[in-house]
Design a protein around this ligand. Sequence first.
Ligand code: SF4
Ligand code: SF4
Length: 113
Amino acid sequence: MKRIAVTEINQCSGCRMCEMICSFVHTGQFQPHKSFIKIYKIEDKGLDIPVIGKDCDLCEGEGYPQCVRYCPAVALRVVDTPPGEEHILDRIRIQSERRAIEIAKASSRRGGA
Ligand code: SF4
Ligand code: SF4
């Protein structure tokens, strides 16, 4: 099974092109809040963390994952999930998203850099 992975956490520039293109693929409009990939901004660390949601279908019908295609920083890639390990990766994905949300909220409370 294939999935989208983040190539390198420091590589994301936070441009949000992936959110734009993902929403366009699924709604026909640029509506980043409807994207299956979310960028969490950690203001005081200057970090942007992409988190791929459970609804990502790898742009089924498009021929290739469009967020990977259009990411200008090459921060995303397609990887193979080893057979039988999908549930582990799903758990990691949920934990990563929770952690990214917690850090981003804490960062915004501190008022950023
Ligand atoms: S993952 Fe790529 S397209 Fe998305 S915000 Fe980061 S640099 Fe931009
Ligand atoms: S692969 Fe397609 S559906 Fe999945 S996050 Fe990227 S753009 Fe969205």
